[in-house]
Design a protein around this ligand. Structure first.
Ligand code: PLP
Length: 429
């Protein structure tokens, strides 16, 4: 492990809570010292000791075209030279909205915000305001940012840290949050039967990416659409992670199931802080200033963030670009699976476009959170540290998805698979 990272982490702990600004980065689930990164280029990151890693974290999803893509760097630099924020409309906000609409079939109107959390928070408020109802349904192991009302049986850092919900969230705030198992339509139907006229929305990650990577079943999403229509509730897809990844048009295009509202984040900002809420115009126009539901943001639609998002999505939307990255992801998983098999390590893999998950289990399939919890956690920790030592950077938690960018090439694939072969072999001794 890098000496300089240890020194820097000790110093960071004096000044930052736990030495980090987002909990999962602290390596608590895997032990050891987080690696301090000094630069990234394409598919690779370099730590403060100059060691290089193939990066499958990609800032937890945003970097769909890799680190420091020349088009993104140029767009940010050019924009910054003309001023960084105005608190007035700029053309770039409309341009990014048009680009998103051209890719995501269900979106007619957009509100830009600054994070995925903000998008989900606003989605809940808008759904409640629009329907005049209070209750929302979410799924066990799905994560919608650190929104008070949605920090119930949430995934990601909340799972990694083993915090059931969180202190500081009053019971009164989560009283109206109903939960059901992911991929279990009967569970949702039972909640609708009991609370039919009081359910404002169903929030779902159509490809769950905060309980490892677990795609929804087709019939589950179709069933949610039908139940929402029957009961006058809104269907909200949280595509903060799956957006522009599960397919170019997100999970909604992949499954051909249209939500009423879509939460976006991560890729839409290409590495700068952006989130967005989009959906049917009739519902979106319920937001201020056209509607009564209040929502605002000093830096929302920030020019640098818009420029980064436009450059990223423009590159990603070029013919064949997303498909090539998805095909690369498929080869990665096939290669990992073959090497795990050869080493006698039971492994299950999931793919949704450029998102993936690997599970240390001999279960034939994984569809729910409880099944993710039953995977071999000890083996994941060994795999994680083994790969890190070999120069492959994976998320430090078995509950995170992995990500591929358009910059992942033959060299990155060979490096990863050679590393995996050695690490898998070490797991069974
Ligand atoms: C990351 C994530 C969020 C939260 O986004 P932030 O930008 O971290 O606030 C919400 N929903 C999903 C599905 C996510 O993956």
């Amino acid at each position: 492990m890098s000496n300089r990272s240890e020194t820097l982490f000790a110093e960071a702990n004096e000044h930052l809570v736990g030495g980090v600004n987002s909990a999962v980065r602290a390596f608590r689930a895997v032990g050891g010292t987080p690696v301090f990164i000094q630069r990234g280029e394409g598919a690779w990151v370099e730590d403060v000791d100059g060691k290089r890693y193939v990066d499958y974290v990609l800032s937890y999803g945003p970097l769909a075209i890799g680190h420091a893509h020349p088009a993104v760097v140029a767009a940010i630099a050019e924009t910054a030279a003309s001023g960084t924020s105005f608190g007035a409309p700029t053309e770039k906000e409309t341009a990014l909205a048009q680009l998103v609409k051209s890719l995501m079939p269900s979106i007619e109107r957009i509100r830009m915000v600054n994070s995925g959390t903000e998008a989900c928070m606003s989605a809940v408020r808008l759904a409640r305001g629009y329907t005049g109802r209070d209750r929302v349904i979410k799924f066990r192991g799905n994560y919608h940012g650190h929104v008070d009302a949605l920090l119930v049986e949430a995934g990601s850092g909340v799972l990694t840290l083993g915090i059931p919900g969180s202190p500081g969230v009053p019971a009164a705030v989560t009283e109206t949050t109903l939960t059901a198992p992911f991929n279990d339509l009967d569970g949702v139907a039972a909640l609708f039967a009991e609370y039919s006229n009081d359910i404002a929305a169903v929030l779902v990650e159509p490809v769950a990416g905060n309980m490892n990577c677990v795609p929804a079943r087709q019939d589950f999403l179709e069933g949610l659409r039908k139940l929402c229509d029957e009961h006058g509730a809104l269907l909200v897809f949280d595509e903060v992670m799956s957006g522009f990844r599960a397919s170019l048009g997100g999970a909604q295009a992949h499954y051909n199931v249209m939500p009423d509202l879509t939460c976006l984040g991560k890729v839409i900002g290409g590495g700068l802080p952006v989130g967005a809420l989009g959906g049917r115009a009739e519902i979106m126009d319920y937001l201020a200033p056209t509607g009564p539901v209040y929502q605002a943001g000093t830096l929302s639609g920030n020019p640098l963030a818009m420029a980064s998002g436009i450059a990223t999505l423009t590159e990603l939307a070029k013919p064949g670009v997303h498909a090539a990255a998805a095909a690369w992801t498929e080869r990665l998983l096939a290669g990992l699976k073959a090497r795990a098999d050869a080493a006698g390590v039971p492994l299950l893999t999931h793919q949704a476009g450029t998102m993936f998950g690997v599970f240390f289990t001999d279960a034939p399939s994984i569809e729910r959170f409880e099944q993710v919890e039953q995977c071999n956690a000890e083996r994941f920790v060994k795999f994680f540290h083994g790969m890190l030592a070999e120069g492959v950077y994976l998320a430090p938690s078995a509950f995170e998805a992995g990500f591929v960018s358009t910059a992942h090439d033959e060299a990155a694939l060979a490096h990863t698979l050679d590393a995996a072969e050695r690490v898998f072999a070490s797991l069974t001794v």
